[in-house]
Design a protein around this ligand. Structure first.
Ligand code: TNX
Length: 533
């Protein structure tokens, strides 16, 4: 029934019924059941040109089901595939992506109850066309993700990413049916979003990046442009304003708001936090969050909350407990890094779990604690030691769990596979944080959700996010080498957590997909464990 040899879609669809024969898309005529679908049909044409080298004529609106040989149809699909659980970052129903593709020798129908459902189906069709040289095998594909929130957290601070570069990342996400781009907009090394009420944040706080790289920031218009570009590709942007820690750039602009001092731990972990006992801090927090909420349509706002080294625990809890109601008062819900579960959070909050350093659990993975000198070592031990109890706290407080465990989902691990390209092999020793153990593609694609969530109810899982931190990223090529092909493995774990493909299958798919990455002009890490064409 399932014929993997003819269907190399990533992520693997929930159900494929293979027919006999094939349909050639080269001479297809595109039609849509209603005008609202036209922009998606146009985007499909563009994607076919980009990834498959096919040029199709413009689509037409044909309410009558007989028109056209590739037909996009808005309408209910009987749910045969699977249940989607989790939280949608845009607040929609988890069922939004259910779709069906029927291919016979006369043509293709892509059907779904939402524009997004049809968009996901079209992505499968683009992949099939690209992999089959324009010819797609007959059959029926019933598909839906297992998890509703499937994202990437992108650090645009340590290296500033201009708008066009972020758009390329959104393209990569969309091709793999990932649906959230979490933008990490503020950190010690820079503040990347203009705030009218506090202009020095970008005048002063955006002039640099990590490692002496140039700075930069997004205007409100830039941000809106990204939100729209992403939304056209069914990706939701969730903005993060990291507080109360990771605020050295903000404190350079407005020192009165908190405490900032160098630490002997070096640039990775400076002490920098907002002081909740200073009243002006709250004017700042309210102004910033109000402006961000006003330009961001997503119902979620990420408040950070990680690594507040040097800050008193009670002050941390006081900060979080006062900040969450501010976000809720703006009509948004809070996402926070794992540490936030130590404050007053509940079922409304999405908590992003990340600390799984196996050095804490006695495994063979080095954690950052090994790299830190004495001044903050006790703090670190306390901080990361507390992390053992966080899953239990999340379970007890019934918060939603967003999974980003470091050893699998942090794409800034050095590559563990050698590259077949000598130039890449040279870069491998500086790409990714060197205090992390190198990770192979195979190890990263092998992860089990049920054993990662502790006592948390599987129905409380919101979804999965990979994270790309950019301390070691100099160029967009560096960024792509950390993103690809790892992100394809992430997409599998997020779409199919309970039945991820075997490595032998996944590596074959990666090899075939590289033809699309090549056509799109993307670089990827040519791990020697894959037989690249
Ligand atoms: C920890 S993950 C951080 C980031 C670093 C990252 C490097 C998190 C919430 N904080 O500031 O960039 O490690 O992997």
């Amino acid at each position: 029934m399932e014929d993997g040899s003819r269907n190399r879609i990533i992520p693997v669809p929930a159900a494929v019924m293979q027919g006999s024969g094939a349909f050639g898309l080269q001479s297809a005529v595109l039609s849509v059941s209603e005008a609202a679908l036209l922009p998606h049909a146009e985007r499909f044409r563009g994607d076919l040109a980009t990834y498959a080298g096919l040029e199709l004529p413009s689509p037409t609106v044909e309410p009558d089901a007989s028109g056209g040989s590739v037909r996009l149809e808005l309408g209910a699909v009987e749910r045969t595939a699977r249940r989607t659980r989790g939280v949608r970052a845009d607040g929609a129903s988890p069922d939004t992506e259910v779709h069906r593709i029927v291919i016979d020798e006369a043509g293709v129908t892509v059907r779904g109850a939402s524009e997004e459902a049809i968009g996901r189906g079209l992505t499968s069709l683009v992949q099939l066309a690209a992999l089959g040289g324009g010819v797609v095998p007959c059959g029926t594909i019933d598909d839906a993700p297992e998890l509703a929130w499937r994202g990437l957290s992108l650090d645009v601070v340590r290296r500033f990413l201009p708008v066009d570069e972020v758009k390329r990342v959104i393209d990569v996400l969309a091709l793999h049916k990932l649906n959230v781009l979490h933008l990490h907009l503020t950190d010690n090394e820079g503040w990347r979003l203009h705030i009218d009420a506090w202009p020095r944040l970008t005048e002063v706080g955006a002039t640099g990046a990590a490692a002496g790289r140039p700075g930069g920031f997004y205007t409100h218009d830039d941000f809106t442009e990204l939100v729209e570009y992403a939304s056209e590709r069914f990706v939701t942007i969730v903005p993060e304003i990291d507080m109360p820690g990771h605020v050295a750039a903000a404190l350079t602009a407005y020192p009165q708001l908190g405490v900032s001092r160098p630490s002997s731990a070096g640039s990775l972990l400076p002490v920098a936090y907002l002081d909740p006992n200073v009243e002006e801090t709250w004017r700042f927090v309210e102004d910033v969050l109000r402006e961000v909420a006003a330009i961001s349509p997503a119902p979620y706002l990420h408040l950070g909350g990680d690594e507040t080294f040097g800050m008193d625990h009670d002050d941390y809890v006081a900060f979080v407990d006062r900040a969450i109601p501010i976000v809720k008062g703006l009509g948004k819900r809070v996402v926070g890094w794992q540490e936030m579960c130590r404050a007053g959070v509940g079922p409304d909050e999405v908590i992003q779990y990340w600390i799984d350093f196996a050095s804490l659990t006695g495994g063979d993975e080095a954690g950052p604690a090994d790299a830190i000198p004495s001044e903050v070592r006790d703090q670190l031990a306390a901080h990361f030691g507390e992390a053992f109890s966080d899953l239990a706290r999340i379970a007890e407080k019934r918060s939603r769990l967003l999974l980003s465990p470091t050893s699998t989902f942090y794409l800034d691990h050095p590559h563990g596979d050698p590259s077949t390209d000598p130039a890449q092999e040279e870069r491998r020793s500086r790409l990714g944080l060197q205090f992390y153990p190198a990770r192979s593609l195979e190890a990263m694609a092998d992860w089990d959700l049920s054993s990662a969530i502790g006592d948390v109810d599987p129905d409380a899982v919101a979804g999965i996010e990979a994270a790309l931190w950019c301390e070691t990223v100099e160029t967009s090529d560096d960024l792509q080498l950390l993103l690809l092909p790892r992100i394809a493995g992430v997409a599998e774990l997020a779409w199919n957590p309970s039945r991820r493909p075997a490595w032998s299958d996944h590596r074959t798919r990666l090899a075939e997909h590289s033809s699309m990455w090549h056509r799109a002009g993307w670089s990827w890490f040519r791990a020697a464990s894959v037989d690249w064409p």
